[in-house]
Design a protein around this ligand. Structure first.
Ligand code: PEP
Ligand code: MN
Length: 350
């Protein structure tokens, strides 16, 4: 055998050893990644990386220079980190891969995400006792159990009606107690969350706050269900990750709500993304409902949208109703009056 052949054989052997060592190293890195996730430590730890490099360089006798060794090891670190991140993505708590069966959320004596569809109707904003009572009455007459209504309103203009705040929350509690309903009310920050908690049953996180990560973490620590709305410029993946934020803090009772996204189309306020429903249903185990009112921004197409959403696998429908939409303090164009509501509800049940 020539010297060259012998040396090449030796290189082949070393490559095999390197391969084994690299994969062994990757396996340990994956285990470390799991521990980091369990303890809530960040995946990337620059201090630790610096320490490892110093230990390695200290033992470097060449012929590779320190710079080359650092470059090679940094490549290994990067590959290990990608492996850890990919592994965590498979482990997402929202993922169907992790939990095959549907999450069914118990809210008092009712269930969201089970066989029965969930219908959440009510005014855009809580405006006064009469308005909310009238709404609760018609909802309850139809045998429905959920009522929505905003006490803190995320308005585009600071001069528009901002909601009744605590007064509105108290009205909601009074009305839900009287009609035996469950409420869905939005909060926009941690302070509102602590004010609202004693008065409401389901906490809504609105489209504008879908990526308010500190708020998501805060609602992840409460023991009430969260209705998380999709941001109007958020991708489905971003929406899923926002839900993961909540669940990763311990609250697994998250209802996803598709409410339309912003597109170039201006015949509707937003474009209802029907595709999001089967995608969210297959990739996550969470209940998915559809808010047709904020998707459409108009009333004449709500029946079609709701039927389409249910056909696509939605677990429920949200829509806005008001005893006198013309004088509503917010979203006057899209709220159904009670006869429109009755017609809507009758039609979507067919
Ligand atoms: C709402 O439901 O009251 C609301 C403001 O909706 P969105 O956050 O989807 O715009
Ligand atoms: Mn509204």
């Amino acid at each position: 055998m020539s010297r060259m052949t012998l040396l090449r054989k030796e290189i082949d052997g070393l490559n095999q050893q390197l391969l084994k060592i690299l994969n062994k190293r990757a396996e340990i890195a994956l285990e470390i990644g799991k521990d980091k996730q369990n303890h809530g430590y960040p995946i990337y730890d620059p201090l630790r990386e610096q320490q490892i490099l110093e230990l390695i360089i200290d033992k470097n006798t060449g012929p590779f220079t320190d710079e080359v060794i650092i470059r090679l090891f940094k490549e290994i670190f990067k590959a290990s980190m990608s492996l850890q991140i990919d592994n965590l993505a498979n482990d997402f708590k929202i993922s169907r891969k992790v939990k095959r069966e549907n999450t069914i959320i118990k809210v008092k004596d009712l269930y969201v995400g089970g066989k029965a569809k969930t219908f959440i109707f009510g005014p855009c904003s809580i405006e006064n006792e009469q308005q909310l009572t009238d709404s609760a009455k018609i909802i309850s007459e139809k045998g429905l159990k959920f009522i929505r209504g905003g006490a803190f309103k995320p308005r585009t203009s600071p001069y528009d009606f901002q909601g009744l705040g605590l007064v509105g929350l108290k009205l909601m509690k009074k009305v839900t107690d009287r009609y035996n309903l469950l409420s869905v009310v939005e909060v926009m920050d941690k302070e509102q969350l602590s004010i609202a908690l004693p008065y409401i049953d389901i906490i809504q996180i609105g489209a504008r706050n879908m990526q308010n990560f500190s708020l998501l973490k805060a609602v992840g620590k409460v023991d009430k269900p969260i209705l998380l709305k999709r941001g109007f410029s958020a991708t489905i993946d971003e929406f899923k990750l926002s839900a993961e934020y909540i669940i990763s803090e311990g609250n697994s009772n998250v209802i996803l709500c598709e409410r339309g996204i912003r597109t170039f189309e201006n015949s509707t306020r937003n474009t209802l993304d029907i595709s999001a429903i089967p995608i969210l249903k297959s990739e996550t185990h969470l209940p998915v409902i559809v808010d047709v009112s904020h998707a459409a921004g108009r009333k004449d197409i709500l029946i079609s949208l709701a039927k389409a959403a249910l056909a696509a696998g939605s677990d429920g429908i949200m829509a806005e109703i008001h005893p006198n939409p013309k004088i509503a303090l917010s979203d006057a164009n899209q709220q159904m009056d009670f006869s429109e509501f009755s017609n809507f509800y009758k039609n979507i049940l067919e």
